[in-house]
Design a protein around this ligand. Structure first.
Ligand code: MN
Length: 704
């Protein structure tokens, strides 16, 4: 492990002195923060962040990534707050450190397994800046390199997580070198014996075939020199875990897999790639069907190369990869290759995703040229700039939802019944409001109750079609059954006023009326009445064929119990509450709206408001529910008064819905209080509580 001075000397090869100093400062900060802490190996803790920074420096990553690497365990392990890092090193570095800490805190293992792919996506979604992932991968790589110091159980846990989550992420990002090293280290920790045996056999086989490999390489080199194609030929080795995977997955023997000689030829230009291909096909016969042109049609992570397999000397297959230096760079480092720091590029890290976009754009163009952009978009773009959030159910299952989804969307995604009975939610075990947008990585728990039901207000914030459709459907159904119920009460009332009852009306009379109105059944008629499409009084007169002008409103008024549901609404202009004198106005399609009988909207004649639309009402004896009412409180202005007002309301067992300042002239203020109460008696109690507050001069109920 290099010292900070050696490290600084290394990075000064591609960074300016000022930037080197910034990175140094981050190192000293970390050294001090981790002072006294040691790694399990006994070394000073700071050797770890330095090693992580070194891995990134080998990829020539930008200074901010290196600083974040130095500081990556500071928030997590030393309790230094993010703000302190912001103050010292700026917002971007602090965000990177914070992002890495969040990924570290994710306990992938405690959740259900077999969801590895979703975990990978979740990790990506959590990292807004892709450099967070790159720092995390470097962190994981160093931890894997030093895994031997860990106790057995922990070693296996970390190794499994590496194989299931982090190695595949490296692969998605095209970082072949990181990917293969993570896999081999993970393999060694998970299956030490198997890894040892395969490693041993690989070395043995290579030893035995050394001569043959040399011969093939000589033949290739000679031919390419003769054709005047300058290039670099290297023998290529498969990494252990991929051999193991092939043996397991494809059930092939070790001999089958290893009996292949693999070479990589790196040249200067694309044109040369194809010329080299021609030359080697000329030298050895190609095996039909094994040629792949990944230059014309790159792999989904941007990988480009020509692949071919030849019948070699003594009939052994020879695998050949041919590519340019740039392609080689991309194949080894993938997306990290685009962070390669180049002096003078000051804008490098200012735009966090710029590099990633450039990478994506490059790959996208390649794919489009090949007429194959779909797979790429599926695999890469969605991962890097996800339109989804990934959250956990309490049992650890991962749910994928569109960005902006709320707990209500989540509830409906789990099951329609859960959505319909949803009452509240907990996000990461804390109570949260239902309209709060979910964040990737959160655990969402829905609180349900048998009597709970959807609220029309949910339609304002849900984003999934499933939630929207189900809420609408439920409301429609409720409205329908409530309208039938209410229509029946209205019709009964109207019939009673003319001394009759619905069950006294002969069936044929009803059938006749339905035919005349062209209605399917009685429920439809009742629903129409409940929704205000038809007037109960007229229907009643039709039914009893009464020709006399019996007045409809002579008897006891219809009683409102508060349980009528969506077909009965309380006017916002005058906010009637139980105890007030009220009237109802039926309006077509909306059901009935209840007003104070003194409300201006009722007393002032409107052109379209005929007398028959208004129905006298009374409150039932046992009204259910909470009713909104507005109060105007005039008081001497003093600090903290709003809080005193609110707590007086709460003390009287009522709820504050809204508080707003109405006006303020000099020493007195007027506060508008929207509260909910059970009835007039309750309201009187609230007003009494408010009046005794020192400084309060007037309390009045606001009516339109
Ligand atoms: Mn670490």
């Amino acid at each position: 492990m290099p010292s900070i001075d050696t490290f600084a000397a290394n990075i000064s090869r591609y960074l300016g002195p000022e930037q080197v100093n910034l990175v140094r400062r981050a190192y000293y900060y970390a050294e001090q923060a981790h002072d006294g802490q040691r790694r399990r190996s006994g070394e000073h803790y700071v050797t770890h962040p330095l090693a992580v920074a070194n891995i990134l420096a080998e990829m020539h990553m930008d200074p901010q990534s290196l600083m974040a690497a130095m500081l990556h365990d500071v928030i997590e392990d030393t309790g230094i707050p993010k703000e302190a890092i912001v103050a010292q090193f700026g917002e971007t570095v602090a965000d990177l450190v914070d992002g890495v800490s969040k990924l570290t805190q994710m306990d992938f293992q405690s959740k259900a397994e077999a969801q590895a792919e979703n975990f990978q996506k979740m990790a990506m979604a959590m990292a807004r800046d892709l450099r967070v992932i790159l720092v995390k991968l470097a962190d994981r790589l160093h931890n894997m390199r030093t895994l031997d110091a860990m106790p057995h159980e922990k070693r296996r846990r970390i190794a499994r997580e590496t194989l299931e989550i982090y190695a595949p992420i490296a692969n998605r990002l095209g970082m072949h070198n990181t990917f293969t090293e993570l896999e081999d280290l993970g393999f060694r920790a998970m299956h030490p014996m198997r890894s040892k045996i395969i490693g041993h056999k690989v070395r043995q086989t290579r030893g035995n075939s050394r001569d043959l490999v040399a011969k093939i390489q000589e033949a290739l080199t000679a031919r390419l020199i003769r054709e005047q194609l300058p290039c670099n030929i290297e023998g290529r080795q498969k990494h252990l875990y991929s051999i193991y995977r092939k043996m397991r997955g494809k059930r092939r023997s070790f001999k089958e897999i290893m009996d292949v000689y693999a070479f990589r030829i790196v040249v200067d230009t694309v044109d040369m790639c194809y010329r080299v291909l021609g030359a080697v096909h000329n030298l050895f016969k190609p095996i039909p069907g094994r040629f792949k042109d990944y230059i014309a049609i790159p792999k989904s992570n941007g990988y480009q190369s020509l692949h071919t397999v030849l019948f070699g000397l003594q009939g052994v297959p020879i695998e050949i990869q041919i590519r340019t230096h740039e392609m080689e760079e991309m194949a080894s480092h993938g997306i990290a290759a685009h962070w390669l720091y180049k002096a003078g590029e000051e804008t490098v890290s200012r735009n966090t995703h710029e590099r990633a976009r450039r990478w994506i754009k490059g790959v996208l163009e390649l794919q489009q040229r090949a007429g194959n952009s779909l797979e790429f978009i599926e695999n890469v773009k969605i991962d890097l700039f996800p339109d989804e959030v990934y959250v956990f159910t309490p049992k650890g299952r991962i749910m994928e939802l569109p960005k902006g989804s709320t707990a209500v969307d989540f509830a409906y995604a789990v099951h329609t019944d859960v959505g319909n009975r949803c009452l509240g939610c907990r996000l990461n075990r804390r109570m949260a409001s239902l309209d709060e947008p979910l964040q990737s990585g959160q655990t969402v728990e829905i609180i349900t109750a048998p009597g709970a039901h959807p609220s029309p207000a949910w339609l304002d914030f849900v984003v999934t079609g499933k939630a929207r459709t189900n809420i609408r459907h439920w409301l429609k159904q409720m409205e329908c059954s409530e309208a039938v119920e209410f229509g029946k009460r209205l019709l009964d009332k109207a019939l009673k006023d003319v001394s009759s009852r619905l069950d006294h009306i002969p069936a044929e009379q009803i059938t006749l009326l339905l035919a005349e109105y062209q209605l399917a059944d009685v429920d439809t008629l009742l629903r129409d009445i409940g929704l205000g499409h038809r007037t109960a009084y007229l229907v009643a007169r039709r039914l009893i064929k009464a020709n006399d002008e019996t007045s409809l409103y002579q008897d006891s008024p219809l009683a409102i119990s508060g349980t009528e549901g969506l077909v009965v609404n309380y006017a916002r202009c005058c906010n009637p509450i139980p105890g007030d004198s009220i009237v109802g106005r039926l309006s077509a399609g909306k059901g009935m709206v209840i007003h104070l009988d003194s409300c201006r909207n009722i007393t002032e004649p409107h052109a379209h408001a005929g007398a028959d639309e208004c129905i006298p009402l009374a409150w039932a004896r046992d009204v259910v529910g909470e009713f909104s009412v507005s109060l105007r409180v005039e008081l001497e202005h003093q600090r903290g008064l709003i809080a005193v007002l609110a707590s007086a309301v709460t003390d009287a067992d009522a709820n504050v819905e809204k508080i707003s300042m109405d006006e303020r002239d000099g020493r007195t203020s007027a506060v508008l209080l929207a509260i909910s109460v059970r009835d007039r008696v309750h309201l009187a109690r609230v007003i009494k509580q408010l009046r005794v507050i020192k400084g309060v001069q007037h309390v009045t109920r606001v009516r339109a």
